[in-house]
Design a protein around this ligand. Structure first.
Ligand code: ATP
Length: 331
């Protein structure tokens, strides 16, 4: 980790990313004017349903997609237009863990080779790299013997731990985690989430954590950003946004999370029904360009509270009880 102390390890400012598919003349705005920052030691969740732009933000941070507008800063350094290759070389500053633990590890390399690979780029000596790799695999709950084995000898959960060890070994300032538990079965998810919570408390990484599931975000993240169609609907502390959401979209997302209490479950079911009825009348595909650039709130076609002003004017983000909400009617 860098010696210098930075106010924010990662800053994303007014980021927009457009895709232009071959056959499609109209560009698709996948991310629209998104801003956030993450300080050392902070875990920030990026949540939203499929197509809301989470992966595109991750790709922009990792240099896999070029922003059409905005600025990305890593430890006060502007990396907006730094190439993927250059970003991959920043092993002490920026690392990533992806969803699929099966395709993210080379089947031809031992775990030791995989985990020490970032250190080789830092020209760390072989002896020191072995020590650091042993520390990294034990810190994710694996035995040191794992270093001499191959990925196919491990389960999905163990492979995700190996991927995590590879991200941790160079002690990066920022780790981007794109749905790191989504591909795992429920009990393995719980184990890996507990491990992530332990690492969060023990180390000082700034973590951008992408998830579909608000429950996962509530468990792990200090702050959360709720995205819909590439725009921030609501952001604030994970406790506030998940327990007392203000934006109708966050309310619908929260309503989709299962709860043990039957009364509460009934109330949430009613919220979900209200949103679903409107969804069938409106356009729900984030990629549909017919809605792109429309003046109103992107959630208006599905929103139970939508009125004329919602269809006519895009709501500005405003402060509301300690969080930021982009909704005309939230109170
Ligand atoms: N390569 C691409 N070309 C064109 N459009 C794309 C491309 N990749 C993503 N999109 C569109 O951009 C929007 C955002 O997609 P993105 O994958 O970032 O969402 P997401 O929230 O990560 O979804 P998921 O949870 O399913 O991964 C979607 O409308 C998607 O269809």
């Amino acid at each position: 980790m860098n010696e210098a102390s930075h106010a924010h390890a990662l800053t994303v400012k007014n980021l927009s990313v457009c895709y232009r598919s071959g056959w499609r003349q109209q560009p698709v705005t996948a991310v629209d004017d998104v801003s956030f920052e993450i300080a050392a030691g902070e875990t920030v969740g990026l949540v939203g349903e499929s197509g809301s732009g989470k992966s595109t933000i991750v790709k922009a941070v990792l240099g896999l997609e070029s922003p059409s507008a905005g600025k990305i800063t890593l430890n006060d350094r502007d990396i907006t237009h730094t190439s993927v290759r250059q970003r991959r070389a920043m092993v002490g500053e920026l690392r990533a863990v992806f969803q699929d633990p099966f395709s993210s590890l080379s089947p031809f390399q031992t775990v030791g080779q995989t985990v020490t690979e970032p250190l080789r780029r830092q020209q760390v000596s072989a002896g020191r790299a072995r020590e650091l790799a042993a520390d990294a695999v034990t810190s994710v709950g694996l035995h040191e013997d794992a270093l001499g084995r191959y990925p196919h000898q491990f389960s999905g959960g163990q492979r995700q731990r190996i991927a995590l060890a590879r991200a941790l070994v160079s002690d990066p300032d920022v780790i981007v985690m794109d749905e790191p538990v989504s591909a795992l079965d429920l009990s393995t998810q719980a184990q890996v989430l507990n491990l992530l919570a332990e690492l969060r408390d023990r180390r000082r990484h700034a973590i951008l954590f992408v998830a579909h599931d608000l429950g996962v975000v509530r468990f792990l993240c200090q702050r959360v950003i709720v995205l819909y169609r590439g725009m921030v609907m609501e952001s604030g502390t994970a406790a506030d946004v998940t327990a007392r959401p203000k934006h109708p979209y966050s309310i619908a997302l929260t309503a989709a999370a299962p709860v043990p209490r039957p009364g509460e479950q009934g109330r949430r079911r009613a919220v979900r029904r209200a949103v679903t009825v409107r969804a069938s009348a409106g356009t729900v595909q984030a990629s549909d360009s017919s809605e792109q650039g429309s003046a109103g709130c992107p959630f208006a076609p599905r929103c139970p509270d939508a009125s004329e002003v919602c269809r006519a004017q895009r709501p500005l983000a405003r402060q509301l009880e300690g969080r930021v909400v982009a909704c005309h009617h939230a109170h």
